[in-house]
Design a protein around this ligand. Structure first.
Ligand SMILES: NC(=O)c1ccc[n+]([C@@H]2O[C@H](COP(=O)([O-])OP(=O)(O)OC[C@H]3O[C@@H](n4cnc5c(N)ncnc54)[C@H](OP(=O)(O)O)[C@@H]3O)[C@@H](O)[C@H]2O)c1
Length: 382
């Protein structure tokens, strides 16, 4: 057992994953030393976190003066600040929990510097999974997934060569029991009312359309080197089984637990050790009344099919999917389009995209930019 304090930085410490990670770390104070905390605009919360946890560095997109307070942290700014944090080899592990494409470059920098990654940010693998996993392999860097589904699979797999398929569970989101029409015209308030998980706004809307599950199959493909036809999605509204794998001999191993992001976050940042940490209560099968499973309804949730399509096409198709969907989600959150338009817009943009088979990182960012501009133009017509 490693008795040394693990040195950690958190990118996105002011977000849903970041704040829960700090709750885990507070419970395991003797196990961690925080090197850096980074947020975006929420300077007040970041300042409070700095005063409480006394990291060596803090970083945000706001003005440095807004972060001055009762702490001794050096104040860094913006994406250059994130690069500086991820170049600091003092870190044993970096939790990448920023939302959006901003996660990709710092992750690559950390990998280059041989620093292990606890990865929450989905866009990193959706945009550049081939490059990120290849670089991590070359640098012998561990990428430990934070997403509860991938964390579940990570815990179930012993030998990937003996795995027949991955079974990813989905709660189904707030529109699971609603009609197609109700889903198509779902309001922002309805889409943000997730029955199981309390998450950031973008991922919550993705959960309402099932695009989140689509992004997860792309992540799973890269993390576990599994072809798309061997990644299955099943709706499981209670979110007790977090995902499962089937071995070639028909044996199925599932990871089960109460629906709390604290558990996968703690697993990822303490891996391979396990501690009691933030566990709130012991799991009891007798308290679980029933577990239900059903096939996804692709007519109601066509974004899931779109993600399978983009993943199978590969190359820049998933960059296009990610950028178009994200712009459409922002437009929905701004009440500019209807919920189902997210799918219609993403599908249209994908149909126009000429796929580049193995794009470089620079090409990925150029495609991302181009797709966002095209999507914003298309949104104006809705
Ligand atoms: N929430 C979950 O349960 C969950 C589960 C699995 C995976 N994920 C993934 O984890 C990531 C984060 O999700 P979340 O739900 O925690 O999102 P969130 O609550 O919206 O938090 C996003 C974080 O990123 C920061 N951020 C945004 N733009 C930034 C920028 N330009 N520079 C630096 N920091 C920036 C935000 O800072 P400010 O708030 O200070 O602006 C905040 O700390 C996403 O990729 C999501 O898909 C989340």
């Amino acid at each position: 057992m490693d008795t040394r304090k693990r040195k950690i930085s958190i990118l996105g410490s002011t977000g849903s994953i970041g704040t829960q990670a700090l709750e885990v770390i507070e419970k395991l104070q003797d196990k961690f030393e925080i090197i850096a905390l980074a947020g975006g605009n929420n300077s007040e919360l970041l300042k409070q976190q700095a005063e409480k946890f006394q990291p060596k560095f803090i970083c945000a997109t706001c003005q440095p003066d807004d972060l001055k307070g009762k702490h001794n942290a050096k104040i860094l700014q913006g994406s250059e600040g994130l690069e500086e944090i991820c170049s600091n080899k003092e870190n044993d592990i970096i939790l990448v929990a920023v939302s959006g494409k901003i996660g990709l470059k710092p992750t690559l920098t950390a990998i280059k510097n041989g620093i292990d990654i606890a990865l929450a940010n989905k866009e990193t693998l959706v945009m550049a999974g081939d490059i990120v996993m290849q670089k991590a392999k070359e640098a012998s860097v561990n990428i430990i997934p934070v997403d509860s589904e991938h964390c579940a699979i990570h815990q179930c797999i012993k030998d990937i060569s003996q795995v027949e398929k991955l079974i990813i569970t989905a709660s189904g989101g707030p529109f699971l029991r609603k009609s197609i029409d109700e889903m198509k015209n779902g309001t922002v308030t309805e889409a943000l009312a997730h029955p199981r998980w309390n998450m950031g706004r973008k991922i919550t809307v993705d959960s309402a359309t099932l695009m989140n599950k689509g992004l997860e199959i792309i992540e799973a493909h890269h993390l576990f080197n599994m072809p798309y036809e061997k990644i299955e999605v099943v709706i499981h509204p209670q979110s007790i089984i977090h995902s499962a794998i089937e071995y070639v001999d028909g044996s199925v191993i599932a990871q089960i637990g109460l629906p709390s992001m604290h558990i996968p976050i703690q697993y990822a940042i303490t891996y391979p050790e396990r501690y009691e940490g933030i566990k709130s209560k012991s799991f009891s099968f007798s308290e679980i009344a029933r577990l239900d499973f059903e096939e996804p309804n692709y007519e109601k949730f066509p974004t899931l099919k779109l993600a399978y399509q983009a993943g199978t096409e590969g190359g820049s198709a998933t960059v296009c999917l990610n950028a178009a969907n994200e712009e459409a989600v922002f437009a929905f959150l701004d009440n500019k389009i209807k919920l189902f338009d997210i799918y219609t817009i993403t599908e249209k943009i994908m149909a126009q995209h000429n796929i580049i088979k193995s794009p470089s990182i620079d090409e990925i960012f150029a495609i991302d930019k181009e797709i966002r501009i095209k999507t914003q133009e298309l949104i104006k017509q809705f």
